[in-house]
Design a protein. Structure first.
Length: 229
């Protein structure tokens, strides 16, 4: 185990799933599994004691479900990153978890190497939603009643200046910092600064929430198929 190992908490109500994840992930030199929980309430208590960097969180569990647990964990001052475990590509509960601050999601049948990569990326501050998956989620969200959500989102994004809105749109399209820098003719460091300011101004947790808010506000309409932001 390395000195900088990623501290990982596994949360699933199925003991076999937890055992499989532990077997798959526990052998990595840079991963330390600090606990396993069978429901969200147990996860909260374990997180308080073990201070994980990342939580792999199932959504559908008895007692305290994964959505509630995600909201509570992300509200903590020392909030861990949360990756949702699901069997669905575009499930309303997954959307709610992302809005609550989850850094992304992985399917339960994802190959072990990809789950490991997702844990590492989230620990490094990168979301684990590809542009394709983001579009699936956006399309799913677009099929739900959203008038109130859109008006509130539009009101929130008025806090952004023009450059920050351009960066928010690019994030919403699923672009990485380097791609945003190239598209908007700025340095990667400047992109990171803009992203940090957007998160602070809008009281958001991560890039996934920027993408969802940009979608809700209608900023992505007419942009997702084009080359520009």
């Amino acid at each position: 185990m390395t000195a900088t190992a990623i501290r990982l908490l596994l949360v699933d109500d199925d003991p076999l799933v937890r055992a499989g994840l532990s077997l798959m992930l526990g052998g990595a030199a840079d991963i330390e599994i600090v606990g396993e929980a069978g429901d969200g309430g147990e996860a909260e208590a374990l997180a308080a004691r073990t201070r994980p960097d990342v939580v792999l969180m199932d959504i559908r569990m008895p007692a305290v479900d994964g959505l509630t647990a995600t909201e509570r964990l992300r509200a903590r001052p020392d909030a861990p990153q949360v990756v949702v475990l699901t069997t669905f590509h575009a499930d309303e509960q997954v959307l709610r978890a992302l809005r609550a601050g989850a850094a992304g999601f992985v399917l339960k049948d994802t190959p072990p190497a990809e789950i490991l990569d997702a844990v590492r990326r989230v620990a490094a501050g990168d979301p684990v939603l590809s542009p394709t998956v983001t579009r699936q989620l956006m399309a799913h969200a677009a099929g739900t009643p959203a008038d109130t959500r859109r008006s509130r989102a539009r009101e929130r994004v008025t806090a952004l200046n023009e450059r920050e809105r351009e960066v928010a749109v690019a994030v919403g399209r699923g672009l990485a910092n380097a791609d945003i820098a190239a598209a908007l003719y700025m340095s990667v460091a400047t992109v990171k600064t803009h992203v940090s300011r957007i998160l602070a101004k809008l009281d958001l947790n991560n890039r996934v929430q920027i993408a969802l808010l940009a979608h809700d506000a209608g900023l992505l309409e007419g942009t997702e198929g084009g080359d520009g932001p």
